[in-house]
Design a protein around this ligand. Structure first.
Ligand code: NDP
Length: 449
């Protein structure tokens, strides 16, 4: 169930399908942006003449490489590494690395494509890129993860640089992995180049608030969307899918703002705790001990674990999908709306299918799409780069205030653009158009490259 594209855009989309066969997530991400761009092409015929959309849909560079490594028993494994340097119109390529067995070129390209517009929305000087591997860190020892990261960086380092390409974390890549990759980069290049990776540890060039940034940022975005509707998080029952980096700090900020999160999940099942999630326990289980979320019930007998459960069946007023792509389908979206959900903030990238997005837009709930709502992570990465460049480190309060200001700014720009294009409150349209125009104008200014 997709919207009609205007004729010229349909031609471009068909070409994307033909040139990128089998990359279904990439097709989905491109189509979602093109569906918003019809009215922009009418206002800006120069974008069509200069083939800006065709150029934006073609990555500037795609790197695919072999990553050989040895496990603790000395057995050899081969994974595949990716880095897609999508668009550098606004700055060096910036975007995370994902380590998950489902990773293939189509996932990295969808993420890299989204990243172009997200980074543009932050107002910071960063282009769009993404990378990763089909390596599965789950169940691996620390030493195995280290050997993999070292092998991965032994190829990737030649493509990086603080003015060229600056990766960060994503699914399966947190502080531990960034540390091993930074160490290997430093060793190979003989340069302490802090600005080459973000998400670093605090005592070696990292920024306060970077671990919290994506979850806090998504919550700030929805807080602002609620404020526009003369509402707040106070007393709201909330669902947060996942239990990784984004989910944990989304729960934390929602609790600080007076909401109550009653459920979270991992890829095996769902925890439902009606009296409110115990965040300290989740942090201990997931961040420190790297255990499964199921173990939560060992400490709270009144909590329920549902193996392979569907978190979206639990009634809530605010839903924050923070796990992975396409985790909310049309049926889930209908159920959420029917059960009284008035706001959805996407901490994850593209967590809602096109059918689900249509349900949210038709119901006119406050729906913050990932490229706007989860931009706080990359924005704070850009703040980390600023601190690295000036060899400075800012306080938590100062950095968090900056993050909040950026998220309110993104919200307001998306809202103003949605009004300008006749669909007030449609943040999908607002984010796509606002993110696109800035990149398109820079590409026009740079000539045909
Ligand atoms: P983590 O690896 O820290 O956590 C991911 C969580 O989602 C885990 O609980 C994981 O469960 C669950 N999950 C992952 N894949 C699946 C799947 N296929 N099915 C069900 N559950 C799954 O990653 P992050 O928290 O960093 O990332 C979560 C989302 O947020 C991703 O979409 C990412 O792209 C997006 N994002 C992250 C940013 C960041 O700064 N980290 C910035 C912007 C967006 P399990 O442990 O069982 O795999």
């Amino acid at each position: 169930m997709t919207m009609q594209l205007d004729e010229k855009l349909e031609g471009i989309y068909q070409d994307v399908l033909k040139r990128n066969q089998g990359e279904v997530e990439f097709h989905q991400a491109v189509r979602e942006v093109l569906e918003s761009l019809g009215p922009v092409m009418v206002k800006h015929p120069e974008y069509m003449e200069r083939k800006i959309i065709e150029r934006i849909c073609e990555p500037e560079r795609q790197i695919i490489f072999r990553v050989p490594w040895q496990d603790d028993k000395g057995r050899v494994h081969i994974n595949r590494g990716f880095r897609v340097e999508f668009n550098s119109a606004l700055g060096p390529y910036k975007g995370g690395l994902r380590f998950h067995p489902s990773v293939y070129l189509g996932i990295i390209k969808f993420l890299g494509f989204e990243q172009i517009f997200k980074n543009s929305l932050t107002g910071m000087p960063i282009g769009g890129g993404k990378g990763g591997s089909d390596f599965d860190p789950k169940g691996k020892s620390d030493d195995e993860v280290m050997r993999f990261c070292q092998s991965f960086m032994t190829e990737l380092y030649r493509h990086l640089g603080e003015h060229t390409d600056v990766p960060a974390g994503d699914i399966g890549v947190g502080g531990r992995e960034i540390g091993y990759m930074f160490g290997q980069y430093k060793r190979i290049t003989n340069r302490y180049e802090a600005g080459v990776l973000t998400g670093k540890g605090l005592n070696w060039g990292g920024s306060l608030v970077r671990p919290e940034a994506t979850g806090y940022g998504a919550t700030f975005f929805i807080n602002e969307a609620l404020r526009v509707r003369k509402d707040t998080f106070e007393g709201k029952t909330c669902l947060v899918s996942g239990s990784g980096n984004v989910a944990i700090y989304t729960i934390e900020k929602i609790h600080q703002l007076g909401g109550k999160c009653v459920a979270c999940s991992d890829s095996n099942g769902v925890i439902f705790h009606e009296s409110g999630l115990d965040l300290n326990l989740i942090k201990q289980l997931k961040e420190v001990e790297r255990r499964r979320i199921q173990d939560y019930t060992q400490y709270h007998k009144d909590a329920k674990y549902v193996a392979n459960g569907n978190i979206w069946e639990i009634p809530c007023q605010v839903a924050m999908p923070s796990a992975t792509q396409n985790e909310i389908n049309g049926k889930d979206a209908k159920l959420l709306v029917k059960n009284g959900c008035i706001a959805v903030g996407e901490g994850a990238n593209m967590p809602t299918t096109p059918e689900g997005v249509k349900v949210f837009l038709d119901a006119k709930i406050a729906y913050g799409p990932g490229k706007a709502a989860n931009a706080g992570g990359v924005a704070t990465s850009a703040l980390e780069m600023q601190q690295n460049a000036s060899r400075d480190s800012w306080t938590f309060e100062f950095t968090e205030k900056k993050l909040e200001g950026i998220m309110v700014g993104i919200h307001n720009n998306c809202y103003a653009t949605s009004e300008e294009y006749g669909a007030p409150g449609n943040y999908v349209l607002g984010a796509n158009i606002c993110g696109f125009i800035k990149v398109a104008d820079a590409m026009v200014a740079h000539g045909l490259i």
